[in-house]
Write a protein that binds this ligand. Sequence first.
Ligand SMILES: C[S@@+](CC[C@H](N)C(=O)[O-])C[C@H]1O[C@@H](n2cnc3c(N)ncnc32)[C@H](O)[C@@H]1O
Length: 468
Amino acid sequence: MSETPVSPIKKGQSLELDIESLAFGGKGVAKVDGLAIFVERVVPGQRVLARIVKKKKSFAEAYPLEVLKRAPNEIEAKCEAFGVCGGCRLQNLEYEDQLKEKTRQVSDLIQRVGGFSDFEVPTALSSPSAFHYRNKMEFTFTPNPWRNHPDDEDEPLGLGQHIPGRFDKIVHLNTCYLQKPVMNDIMNFVFAFAEEHGWEAYNNRTHEGWARNLVLRYGEHTDQIMVNLVTKTYEKEHMKVFKKAIMSAFPQITTLINSITTRLSDVAIGEREVFLHGPGVIRDRLGESEFEISASSFFQTNTRQAEVLYDEALKGADLKGGEIVYDLYCGTGTIALFMAQKAKKVYGFELIRSAVKNARKNAKEQGVENVEFIEGDLKDVLSQTTAKIEAADVIVVDPPRAGLHQNVVDDVLKVGPKRLVYVSCNPSTLARDLKLFCATDYKLLSVQPVDMFPHTSHIETVAQLIKK
Ligand SMILES: C[S@@+](CC[C@H](N)C(=O)[O-])C[C@H]1O[C@@H](n2cnc3c(N)ncnc32)[C@H](O)[C@@H]1O
């Protein structure tokens, strides 16, 4: 009997690695004696000196210490916090190359995990803008911003993004290239005001301090702006001064909110909201549908590319007007409302009560009457409901990263719609689930990656299946 050779690689060891590809999730892959080593913060084509931080039988993980050779297609990242901030892992690759990498990852998983050998996956659809595409950014105040360099002086206040894997470490940002330039101006104004007025940043270890988060939202089609300052307490007189200053500097702000929370966890949602200016909400559109967005609403963060994603889903559904559609994992009903214009009736299913409430409110506000939202856990609620409602001609699923529960796969197979559209934020679980559907009743027609989040390692995919 032959034994698996034991790799000589050890935890703590430093070694030179050639990065061959990117794995899903954004880590680089190098191979030594057949052992896959996953390396953070690198791109294919680089040679790096790296330290092994984890060693298992079938793989290892390493942390890069130094780039010894740049990748041929490597470019200078725009952002000065690149490599430290958790936001943009791929900013040192041309956007075209990012798309190629993400497409290769999806294609590889569809073939290897899904078992669809030789299945052609077209290049990921590019986002209309590679920068400034996010309509929402959440920044955190910190009493001890991350020092990029040992010679940097300690600063008493910072406002920025978390460092990956470190709940208590924030890198201060002067510019975030994912948001609109005007939002950077607002962020810098708030920071300068905070410094000038001696705001104490909340410390999430000791839970002392006052200023917690700054959440900025932008209506892509309406240019409406929401500024939401999250603090530990409501300081009425001080907020008057803040409001006067920010509104005279940025009269285009349509809603200014002070959210107050004493929660210990770093979640930028208030237990109480004080509307300092405007109605407390902004509006934006996805296709023809208009949405009211509050400080706590979920809304797709890349508005224009969400329209591309939903158009792909709509294409996959191939609606002629008379169909019954189920939208599983419908969230606040955006896909259901998008499809309702072209279908006889859409039933949306969703676990979270507040999302269902929001979906019903959105439908009512938009005057859409051919949608119905059903609350419940899909592992039970689909089988409990199907006998009471019309059978689906088309089912759209948009599950969280874990993919579909086996009960949901079984229940969808029992309903047996003519068409199935799978919108996925995780190509690994997508590939696994497509294999289950195609083992029996369905045939895979197309798989189209859609890049919703340029410079990050995320990729959405829309797969279209038809009943055999
Ligand atoms: C990826 S989001 C999809 C949102 C929506 N389709 C959209 O485009 O805005 C996944 C949704 O599934 C919901 N969800 C998660 N687990 C669920 C379950 N077991 N049953 C029903 N819904 C669930 C989440 O609350 C979330 O709204």
